[in-house]
Design a protein around this ligand. Sequence first.
Ligand SMILES: Nc1ncnc2c1ncn2[C@@H]1O[C@H](COP(=O)(O)OP(=O)(O)OP(=O)(O)O)[C@@H](O)[C@H]1O
Ligand SMILES: [Mg+2]
Length: 238
Amino acid sequence: MLKLSNVTKRFGSLVAVNDLSLEVEKGQIYGIAGPNGAGKSTIYNLITGFYSYEGKIEFEGKPINGLRPYQIVKRGISRTFQIPQTFPSLSVEDSIDIGNRFGNTAAYSRKRVDEVIDFVNLNRERKHKTGTLDLLGKKKLMIGAALATRPKMLMLDEPMAGSNAHEIKALMELIRRINQELGITIIIIEHFMKVLTELTETLLIIETGTEICCGHPAEVTNDPAVIECYLGREDDQG
Ligand SMILES: Nc1ncnc2c1ncn2[C@@H]1O[C@H](COP(=O)(O)OP(=O)(O)OP(=O)(O)O)[C@@H](O)[C@H]1O
Ligand SMILES: [Mg+2]
């Protein structure tokens, strides 16, 4: 469904993404992990049209190189950001309606707002200003606004960051339902390995923009190169 072929992104002399190729199959949950600064968020910024790059990115068999972010959304790719971003003075329902209007305009329907608010379970807060939401509420809102664009693929950037065990459980459940009930393909960047091994079918580990290993999470987490660069050797842990 999504195919990156030999994608490279340079910021001056820094190579943030280095000749990366990957393929995400329709319907799957695909995980990306790696140390801080590995280039994970940059991959999202390339796919969603924020930066130019070398190489080729295709979605549903068609190249999306050079498209602007709003055009990428209309193709059916939506994302959330690493740091929760909301419009603090807007209500939950109006914020979700912005996503709704940003998506495929021909298919716009106000009903979509109610469906999304139900789906992410923000009914009680729908009239509240988004600035008053707690962290879990803000995350559900961000995911809701992304869903309101009617994506075929949703890309989540460290959705669990800063969350406690209860919030992680709620978000994992929500991500599973998005995948299973709505049939949306998901890419998730995450540092919590347990979340990735439980949720994903394919896991890519990168370091300094370069693929270290890609495959089934159980194999990847046992790969010596991954243990060396990212998970740490057992004898390192004291
Ligand atoms: N707009 C930019 N200009 C210059 N350098 C950038 C820019 N965006 C990212 N970088 C650099 O590219 C590298 C990869 O950054 P990126 O944010 O993709 O890492 P990451 O894997 O998402 O890290 P983290 O786990 O901390 O979120 C880093 O060295 C970062 O400083
Ligand atoms: Mg990042």
